[in-house]
Design a protein around this ligand. Structure first.
Ligand code: GLN
Length: 237
């Protein structure tokens, strides 16, 4: 990791976990940092490569069951993501990536597969595929606007006492218990695809602020118009 002044963004395993335009989350983070005058350096870490420990914000995306299992095995063996999170790096983990952060998740036959244990969550196979729009009211402590996006997963996720729910599900399934996603320290897990940060730029700013402090606001009127349009389309009248 060469430069000390740039914000280092690390995209974990794009070759295994990037099913729903997860690269969009990387682009949104880069753009929102750069528009505040913060230079960025982005690292695409393929699954054959070691995970660098000196990053600022890590992203891991969604994927099919088999690549998800492979990613969990490799990340466990590598240990770099554990060490980065222990040093205070921010991490956004989406869907398959979210499930991997827990102690266990359901494999392709529903068998329990060992996760990384970075988040105090456990996932298993749910009764039916959750697919469609997702709307969720964020935990007041985080002070973020209502999240909107899309979900597509079989897993349900049980939150342990070591994490807080990210949000309360208004439309959709999320964790399957009335809540959607979770957070602990500088780690956020979510079932929101979309990509989630293009739909919810305030979430991108939360991750950035954990590394660089308070950020000046940007003109987000176009994002806000999209959010209002989606809310009007999916919320019950
Ligand atoms: N394979 C996981 C599930 O079905 C994650 C799916 C995804 O990332 N979209 O629950």
């Amino acid at each position: 990791m060469p430069s000390d002044s740039a914000l280092r963004i690390v995209w974990i395993y794009p070759d295994l976990l990037s099913t729903y335009g997860d690269q969009g989350n990387v682009l949104v983070l880069e753009q929102r940092a750069q528009r505040r005058g913060i230079p960025t350096e982005t690292y695409h870490v393929r699954s054959a490569d070691p995970v660098p420990e000196g990053g600022d914000v890590y992203l891991i995306g969604g994927g099919e069951d088999r690549p998800q299992i492979l990613a969990a095995q490799r990340l466990r063996r590598d240990g770099g993501l554990h060490r980065a999170v222990a040093r205070g790096a921010a991490l956004l983990a989406v869907c398959a990536g979210y499930q991997i952060m827990g102690t266990t998740f359901g494999g392709e036959e529903g068998q329990p597969v060992e996760g990384l244990g970075i988040l105090d969550i456990a996932s298993s196979r749910g009764p039916a595929r959750a697919v469609g729009e997702l709307v969720a009211e964020v935990d007041v402590a985080l002070n973020l606007p209502t999240l909107t996006g899309f979900e597509n997963h079989m897993g349900v996720t049980h939150l342990g006492p070591g994490v807080k729910a990210l949000s309360k599900t208004v439309v959709g399934v999320g964790n399957g218990d009335g809540f959607e996603g979770c957070y602990a320290g500088h780690v956020v897990g979510t079932y929101l695809h979309g990509p989630a940060l293009a739909r919810n730029p305030a979430l991108a700013d939360l991750l950035l602020s954990w590394r660089v402090g308070e950020l000046p606001p940007l003109d987000d009127s176009r994002y806000e118009a999209l959010r209002q349009e989606r809310l009007a389309a999916v919320l019950p009248a």
